[in-house]
Design a protein around this ligand. Structure first.
Ligand code: ADP
Ligand code: ZN
Length: 745
């Protein structure tokens, strides 16, 4: 029996490593309801598979009798908006992966299933916070949940004066269930109500400082572009402490006031609690998208962004795909951060896709940093981005003074390896005497970073990873920094059996010990991924540092990111050039960025700041220009070098990694790929390898890589196509393809 309506065909992309779009005839039952963006289940070979409809057309793409019929559409799942489909298509093509693969990463699990729905209420204290605290003490015994909830509310409002808290705000304590909040509301201590005027009202509250003249001209210039209504991109090059966040917030305020959506990307939500808290305090209703959300919460955010109830989304990398309606502004904070690059499939760069998303939406993109990536800087020089510069600090704060300590001389003078130089020791003592705070930075974890046998010379390595193990004395174990496997501390060398193991190198744990003996009275907070593994550990630790409960904050790169504490007047960089030896062409750039950022934590308010930078090669440009806080100087030495060697930003790279349990098979596969690349060479193209990866073995897998260089993306992409190089898995060897790689390990 023929249907009355002419048949329609759906193009479907599936969650499988295939790049093709498959076509299916739409069954009559769902003919009227199915639309692009819908999730479906389709026959695929002998089984059925999940997919997303990307097109609907009356024209059959191939002989209609070969087309299978699509019938099942999972109930309750959300429709993916057209611009997200388009962005995913763009990303799949650029990164040479499946459209369905990108969509699978773009849409959270809860949305795919269509779970969870509740309406948000606003929680407001009706008494002074001290009263809430007293009540918490009073009820601690009888109603521990209420007490816990009260204490959490007090902390939340203390950290965000004037902030607006909603029942769906992330980071709300587990104890703050609706029932408990109602009980507290009954006591008259808080109100817990659905705000008037529905949920669509975006709040723009909180104190707004008077903008500095540099902030004002940045805001004016970017706002003018927003009025233009077409895509434009800006690099906001603002010194540390120049007040970039305030500029973002003014632009967001303007965007949401115009009824449009704003997207803010930050490097890592859990590492930037201060920045997130500022957005929360200013804009009551926003979606903070981070990894600790439940599926239901995530689905709820997604739905409300999609229907325009929420107009502001803040999140890390994957928030890029937040389904904001009518997007007007995309902000990428600390755009130079490498965490924006996803290190598994799809291997996209959120900054770059953020620009694409803005351009597809006709929105304005703002990339902010004190130390822009060379990629963005060159895009600025070529006129792709416009530059908004804020070279000075706000509020009359001056750039910190910087003193350099040459560790070669220091070690020779004191006749032993010194982690804390005499100069840094003196400055710490003075800082502590003034009751001010210090931040110390060392990018190495553990107690000892290397354990070597004095007889045979072998260093202790992870048997799975070919990486030196670090010694953690407090836990009395050895740990692999890559796979996390732990081992007991051996007495004998596992290679030759001699009992002469030498422990060397220093990580944060050892510095903690040294500081303990130098300054026994100082309250020390160590912050690295060993000490900060619990969910809110990082946020809570920073909050107590802010309250002045610690004198010294010691940590790895965690302490380099965006921290803003007015009482920090001293910064110590213990080994500025620790990462310069790496065989990564960005080692210099990264060192410059890290050291500049850490120095930038000192003296951000009225009190002047000092940074003491210790290094073995203080004359290295990466250290020298960071010390001078001279971005232009660094760029002027680094760019010609990159150009000469054909490295990004002047050329483009693709990296293929081959990994597997059998070394022979891995080498074979890599050789094969290398030959395919060689035989399809053209002028301007260059191959490196195949060669062992820097980490030759990782979690028991042998690893080889092949690096392709081309003058631009199109040439690179065409070459990969010609050579037939693509990701996959064959004969026990996995091949991954990374376009514009960031990690070279
Ligand atoms: P950065 O550019 O390093 O990201 P922040 O955005 O963290 O700087 O701002 C540094 C500090 O200056 C913050 O404490 C912020 O509240 C404050 N600030 C920002 N703008 C102003 C202003 N116009 N007047 C006074 N203080 C400001
Ligand atoms: Zn390991």
């Amino acid at each position: 029996m023929a249907g009355e309506k002419p048949p329609l065909y759906a193009g479907v992309v599936v969650e499988a490593p295939v790049t093709k779009v498959f076509h299916y005839r739409i069954s009559d039952a769902i003919l009227d309801s199915l639309a692009p963006g819908d999730r479906v289940e389709v026959p695929f070979g002998k089984r059925s598979i999940r997919g997303v409809v990307v097109s609907i057309s009356p024209i059959p793409p191939i002989a209609p009798n070969l087309i299978k019929e699509i019938s099942i559409a999972p109930a309750g799942a959300e429709r993916i908006p057209g611009d997200i489909l388009e962005l995913a298509r763009w990303a799949a093509k650029y990164y040479r992966t499946g459209w369905g693969t990108v969509l699978a990463a773009a849409v959270p699990a809860g949305v795919k299933r269509g779970s969870g729905k509740r309406s948000a209420r606003e929680i407001r204290p009706l008494a002074v916070l001290d009263a809430l605290e007293t009540e918490a003490e009073r009820t601690a015994r009888r109603a521990p949940k209420q007490a816990e909830c009260l204490r959490a509310l007090v902390q939340w409002f203390r950290e965000r004066p004037g902030g607006r808290l909603f029942s769906d705000t992330d980071g709300l304590p587990v104890a703050a269930s609706g029932v408990v909040l109602h009980q507290i509301a009954k006591k008259g201590l808080i109100s817990f109500t659905v705000p008037e005027g529905g949920m669509t009202k975006v709040v723009d509250s909180g104190d707004r400082p008077r903008l500095s003249s540099e902030q004002q001209s940045a805001v004016d210039e970017i706002a003018a572009a927003m009025d233009g209504g077409t895509f434009a991109s800006f690099l906001l090059h603002g010194a540390t402490g120049s007040g970039k966040t305030e500029v973002y917030m003014r632009l967001i305020g303007k965007t949401v006031a115009a009824g449009r959506g704003a997207l803010v990307l930050v490097p890592e939500i859990s590492l930037t609690p201060q920045t997130v808290a500022r957005f929360e305090a200013r804009f009551g209703h926003l979606a903070v998208l981070h990894s600790h959300l439940s599926d239901g919460e995530r689905a709820e955010h997604w739905r409300r962004l999609r229907n325009g109830e929420l107009k502001l989304a803040v999140g890390a990398r994957s928030a890029l795909f937040a389904p904001l309606a009518d997007l007007g502004l995309v902000i990428v904070d600390e755009e130079h951060e490498r965490t924006y690059k996803q290190d598994n499939d799809p291997r996209y760069h959120a900054r770059d896709l953020g620009l694409v998303r803005a351009s597809l939406a006709g929105a304005v993109a703002v990339l902010g940093s004190a130390t822009p990536s060379l990629e963005s800087w060159v895009n600025c020089l070529s006129g792709k981005h416009r530059l908004a510069a804020m070279p000075s600090r706000v509020g009359g704060a001056r750039p910190p003074e910087v003193a350099v300590v040459d560790l070669r001389r220091e070690w020779a003078d004191v006749k032993q390896p010194a982690l804390i130089s005499r100069e840094l020791g003196r400055s710490l003592k003075e800082c502590l005497a003034r009751r001010e705070q210090a931040i110390l930075f060392l990018n190495r974890r553990g107690f000892h970073t290397i354990v070597r046998c004095a007889a045979c010379g072998d260093a202790l390595e992870c048997p799975d990873c070919d990486v030196a193990l670090t010694h953690h004395r407090r836990e009395a174990l050895m740990r692999c920094g890559y796979c996390g496997r732990t081992f007991s501390v051996p007495e004998h060398c596992p290679t030759c059996g001699a009992k002469v193991l030498r422990f060397g190198g220093a990580g944060t744990e050892r510095v903690e010990d040294v500081l303990g003996s130098l300054f026994p009275k100082a309250r020390l907070l160590r912050m690295d991924s060993d000490s900060m593994s619990a969910k809110d550990a990082h946020r809570n630790a920073l909050a107590s540092f802010a309250r002045g409960e610690y004198d010294i904050l010691l940590g790895t790169q965690m302490v380099a990111k965006g921290l803003d504490f007015p009482n920090v007047t001293l910064v110590g960089v213990l080994m500025a050039d620790a990462a310069l030896g790496l065989s990564d062409f960005r080692a210099s750039e990264r060192t410059f960025q890290l050291v500049t950022q850490v120095i930038g934590r000192a003296g951000r308010a009225e009190k002047p700041g000092l940074a003491v930078v210790q290094a073995f090669q203080p004359e290295h440009p990466a250290v020298r220009f960071a010390v001078a806080q001279n971005y232009a100087g660094f760029v002027e030495t680094e760019l010609p070098d990159r150009r000469r060697r054909g490295y990004p930003p002047f050329g483009r790279m693709a990296r293929l990694v081959f990994s597997g349990e059998k070394r022979g098979a891995v080498e074979e596969e890599a050789r094969h790929a290398g030959a395919a690349a060689e035989s399809t060479l053209a002028p301007g193209l260059r191959v490196l390898g195949p060669a062992p990866c820097e980490i030759e073995r990782l979690q028991k897998l042998h690893r080889r890589h092949l690096i392709l260089f081309a003058p631009n993306h199109v040439a690179l992409s065409e070459w990969l196509e010609r050579a037939g190089l693509k990701p996959g898995e064959e004969r026990g060897v996995k091949t991954t393809l990374d376009i514009d790689p960031v990690s070279m390990q």
